[in-house]
Design a protein around this ligand. Structure first.
Ligand code: NAP
Length: 266
């Protein structure tokens, strides 16, 4: 069965690198036109240029998830360029700070909620009317294993991703009547710049190589991760393509783990 993505239009936030880049790349390879966003103009333009050279219909838009005017511009630019929005992948997200629960300040809590939750809500609110007018759409929110299995060193991040899971379920209930299907994908320990930064920090602190730090992190912090290696961004993109495509027409309100077994519960 074909994915049915030919001619569809997708926005992928945080599409300049990591998981977002892999998702954008997989979507255009299935024939979708893709709009990728990030704050760093040079990086997002370079990623879009690379995809265009390889044959993709890709537009880069510089947008900060915490600025509603940027998000409005993103939607306007998408409509101007491609005329519709069929798929929204809310992928941009940060961890920002690590530390014991009582060291994370309220300002740090507020900031991570601005990016990981309020930005998603603001963009989704802007996109929904287009999907309603078009007779449907797909929204895929990139959450984390931390939503279900909180890490004690990332209390504020855990909470943003739990909020995102709950928000996704609510959206799926609200907009099913308009044929807008909403699902959550929850990755864990995927080899991206975000995880590279985390491992480099651990390696430096504990005087280990990055490979040793990865092994130790898995052993001590993720004992249920049975595959014993980081996942690849491409291994996260596949489920997103599936959820955006024709074969997923009866799937909404779900949470799909891409975590090498990391979440220990059923
Ligand atoms: P990454 O490599 O750090 O990439 C993050 C992307 O988001 C970049 O394009 C970044 O570009 C963009 N971004 C960050 N802050 C932004 C903001 N304020 N406004 C707009 N764009 C912003 O991260 P990743 O590992 O691919 O993670 C992608 C998503 O997966 C995140 O939501 C993360 O929480 C989730 N996740 C990742 C893992 C993992 O193991 N990697 C595990 C669980 C969940 P700019 O910095 O230029 O803005």
């Amino acid at each position: 069965m074909e994915s049915g993505l030919k001619g569809k239009v997708a926005i992928v936030t945080g599409g300049s690198k990591g998981i977002g880049e892999a998702i954008a790349s997989a979507l255009w390879q299935e024939g979708a036109a893709v709009v990728i966003t990030a704050r760093n103009a040079a990086e997002v333009e370079a990623t879009a240029a690379k995809m265009r050279e390889a044959g993709g219909k890709v537009l880069a838009v510089v947008a900060d998830m915490t600025k509603e005017t940027d998000l409005q511009q993103l939607v306007t630019a998408t409509i101007q360029e491609f005329g519709r929005i069929d798929i929204l992948v809310n992928n941009a997200g940060i961890i920002d700070t690590f530390g014991p629960v009582d060291t994370i300040t309220v300002a740090q809590w507020r900031w991570i909620f601005e990016v990981n939750v309020f930005g998603v809500v603001a963009l989704t609110n802007l996109v929904i009317p287009y999907m309603q007018q078009q007779g449907g759409g797909r929204i895929i929110n990139i959450s984390s294993e931390n939503a279900e299995q909180p890490d004690p060193m990332m209390v504020h991040y855990n909470a943003t991703k739990a909020a995102l899971n709950n928000y996704s379920k609510t959206l799926s209930k609200a907009w099913g009547k308009d044929n807008i299907l909403v699902n959550t994908v929850s990755p864990a320990f995927i080899k991206t710049p975000l995880v590279d930064d985390l491992l480099e920090g651990i390696a430096k602190e504990k005087q280990l190589t990055v490979a040793e730090a990865a092994k130790q992190f898995l052993k001590e912090n993720r004992p249920n991760q049975v595959l014993g290696r980081p996942g690849l961004p491409e291994e996260t993109a596949g489920i997103v393509v599936f959820l955006a495509g024709a074969q997923a027409g009866f799937i909404t309100g779900g949470v799909f783990r891409v975590d090498g077994g990391s979440v220990g519960t059923v």
